[in-house]
Design a binder for this molecule. Structure first.
Ligand code: DGY
Length: 323
């Protein structure tokens, strides 16, 4: 009888997932949850056929080109900017992601960040906990309204559309821009109108970013784009660090040109631009938009299902199909 393929987890994961994968793989876990160094990762890619990987792992071209054994790479994430797909294709390494299962949870979090930033929720809470609350004040923490405002969404894929559907509940006008304009019936279902990026930046009271990170979207929002936004506007980054120039954003928040920001992702996470940490008008969260208990479990299960399908020859969510 032939040996089962060998799989390793780059990080810790829900214990039931490793057991689930044991039906088809010889599994090695990483219960210490230590991020493997590049050299450790490279060594593993020579010893294992399959990897269960996280957004914190970087699979660059050189690493993949040099890998001697890897054939299956299952990501527990919808974003796959941490994998060099051209190199994976050249080595015939199948790569999968976890779309759909996190859409609604991530869109919920987009509104959590938007509301928290626009209405100064975290800033007011810090102030209160610091014992500074003496009396109700007519001008305490005056924020920006979300209801009946204009929401701009850049990146109108699954998550962007889920945000637009939620915006209807806040009676918002929704405008979007996207690589491709949506079909009229989809626009209608989302209640969203298409604008150029320049028009959108000029009109949006609140801007939410959900584009994938790739060469063309690096610093999509930099100093020039921030300057085009309305004074007092709120920016939410749900996409990836690097889509926004964090230094330019910090400056726009410092100068008061932007009213506030809600950020779940950062250019060099887990390190943050130091200026962001100094600012009061920004809500900062550690890349947790998809982190509901049910959704993270669903993502892990989908990543595992993809690996099981790869062991049979073809993943369910194949991001680099070559046939
Ligand atoms: C993703 O899935 O790409 C998120 O950023 C991690 O939840």
């Amino acid at each position: 009888m032939s040996q089962p393929p060998r799989l390793f987890f780059t990080r810790a994961c829900f214990p039931e997932i490793a057991n689930y994968l044991r039906s088809a793989f010889e599994v090695t876990e990483n219960p210490a949850d230590r991020i493997l160094s590049r050299a450790e990762l490279a060594a593993r890619l020579d010893e294992y056929d399959a990897v269960f990987a996280m957004p914190s792992d970087q699979f660059d071209a050189e690493l993949l080109q040099q890998s001697k054994r890897l054939r299956m790479l299952g990501l527990m994430a919808v974003g796959f900017n941490n994998v060099d797909l051209a190199a994976a294709n050249a080595r015939r390494i199948m790569v999968s992601n976890t779309p759909d299962v996190l859409t609604e949870t991530t869109a919920d979090f987009g509104f959590a960040l938007l509301l928290a930033a626009a209405r100064h929720v975290t800033r007011a809470e810090h102030w209160l906990r610091a014992g500074k609350w003496q009396r109700w004040a007519y001008d305490g923490f005056l924020g920006m309204d979300v209801h009946h405002s204009t929401l701009g969404i850049i990146g109108m894929g699954r998550i962007g559309q889920a945000l637009a559907r939620r915006a209807a509940g806040f009676s918002m006008r929704v405008v979007y821009c996207n690589r491709r304009r949506l079909a009229p019936q989809v626009e209608q279902a989302c209640g969203a109108s298409y604008l150029s990026q320049a028009e959108l930046l000029a009109q949006a009271d609140h801007l939410i970013l959900t584009v994938p990170y790739e060469a063309q979207t690096r610093h999509l929002i930099g100093a020039a784009e921030l300057a085009q936004m309305k004074p007092g506007a709120v920016l939410v980054n749900l996409a990836r660090g690097g889509v926004v120039d964090d230094a330019a954003l910090a400056q726009a928040l410092q100068s008061g040109h932007l009213g506030a920001a809600g950020l779940d992702v950062f250019e060099n996470e887990p390190a943050l631009h130091p200026a962001l940490l100094e600012l009061e008008n920004v809500v900062l969260t550690p890349h947790i938009a998809s982190a509901s208990n049910a959704t993270r479990r669903a993502m892990a299960k989908r990543a595992a299902d993809n690996l099981l399908a790869m062991a049979q020859g073809r993943p369910l969510d194949w991001v680099n199909p070559w046939e």
